[in-house]
Design a protein around this ligand. Structure first.
Ligand SMILES: NC(=O)c1ccc[n+]([C@@H]2O[C@H](COP(=O)([O-])OP(=O)(O)OC[C@H]3O[C@@H](n4cnc5c(N)ncnc54)[C@H](OP(=O)(O)O)[C@@H]3O)[C@@H](O)[C@H]2O)c1
Length: 323
């Protein structure tokens, strides 16, 4: 089969597409013929050996996929349409995945939509509902709002009845954030002033931050008393620090969000999240904002586009030609 390959931790440019043996069905795994794979930021980190999980070289990256079950395995039947999170191995024509990370896809949900959902939407769900305790009527500020986690967070927050202010760096990303349901969009430069204007000086209830870096302090300043800031990632590179007397003096909270670590402790939780979001997907309330689509042969380019901040919305790999 064809599969992407990381043979050295030298970044997205060094990722190749090679002919490799098709994995044999394994006990305790579901074998999936992959139609689409989502491109995630952790895939980019993996090309440099910077992700928490660092397999021995060479290996095939690929966090999330959608496709068809190859043969009966546990509760899954040959031919079932599924999405899955193999974490590694997804940028390949076939992959084995543990059953807890395999999710049924209803007939009325297309496989490209399904491939764009798992990591971003289950992260947004975990962040907003479980960690952030978002309530209808609250105001949410979303950084990196034109990106993968960002568009998912805008959409999920809006679906839960929140007002959403999106922070982006380009007009194209502003468009993606609006497509995802953001009520207002502001540019990253000078976002604090605009947020104060938009909230009549009151500030926001919740900040979703997958970017980190030097905007963190202004994010804290953008919150009302008892506001909560969700630390999701550091796409901007820098890991910010905060003197905790600021949290005391402003009655605010900084909350960690690490969904994959949570799934390791509670493996059944991912499936329960999938089942919870699926009615909103089927109703069209949650519809991933898909950006660029690439054939598997262009996986290196796809990873470079995410790495170099060019990607807007969710990037998808078309792994197999459609039947
Ligand atoms: N904690 C968790 O459970 C969890 C789960 C999934 C992902 N994550 C993390 O969340 C972060 C975002 O993931 P994603 O899939 O949304 O990525 P993405 O689609 O690439 O979006 C990230 C956004 O960050 C902004 N950004 C600012 N400076 C950047 C830079 N130097 N390089 C790249 N982007 C930059 C960009 O928006 P602007 O250009 O508009 O500023 C970009 O759209 C990553 O760090 C990822 O590892 C965490």
């Amino acid at each position: 089969m064809r599969a992407a390959m990381i043979s050295a931790f030298e970044g997205p440019r060094a990722v190749t597409v090679d002919d490799v043996p098709t994995p044999e069905p394994a006990a305790g795994a579901v074998t999936i013929d992959v139609q689409y794979a989502g491109v995630t930021f952790p895939d980019v980190l993996q090309t440099r050996g910077l992700y928490q999980l660092r397999p021995d070289l060479p290996f095939t990256p690929g966090w999330e996929v959608a496709g068809v079950v190859r043969e009966d395995a546990g509760a899954f039947r040959r031919g079932d349409r599924v999405a899955a999170m193999p974490v590694v191995g997804g940028f390949a024509e076939t992959v084995n995945v543990v059953p807890d990370m395999v999710f049924p896809v209803p007939d009325d949900v297309s496989l490209d939509v399904a491939a764009a959902l798992p990591l971003n939407y289950l992260t947004a769900d975990f962040a907003l509902r479980r960690r952030g305790g978002l309530r209808a009527g609250e105001c949410v500020l979303v950084h990196g709002a034109g990106g993968g986690v960002g568009t998912a967070s805008c959409q999920m927050a809006a679906a839960l009845g929140a007002r959403v202010i999106a922070v982006v760096s380009t007009a194209e990303k502003a468009e993606r954030a609006e497509q995802a349901g953001a009520h207002d969009v502001v540019m990253a430069d000078g976002f604090l002033e605009r947020v104060r204007e938009l909230t009549d000086g009151r500030g926001v209830d919740l900040v979703v931050d997958p970017v980190g870096g030097d905007r963190f302090l202004d994010s804290l300043r953008s919150m009302r008393p008892e506001g909560r800031l969700l630390v999701i990632g550091f796409a901007g590179g820098g890991i910010p620090t905060v003197k905790i007397n600021r949290l005391l003096l402003t009655n605010t909270s900084v909350i960690g969000v690490a969904v994959a670590e949570f799934w390791r402790v509670e493996p059944a939780f991912a499936r329960s999240q999938w089942d919870a979001i699926m009615p909103r997907v089927r109703a069209g309330e949650l519809a991933p904002v898909v950006g660029n689509r690439y054939p598997l042969s262009d996986i290196s380019q796809a990873l470079q586009d995410v790495d170099e901040r060019r990607s807007a919305g969710k990037a998808l790999i078309e792994v197999r030609q459609r039947p």
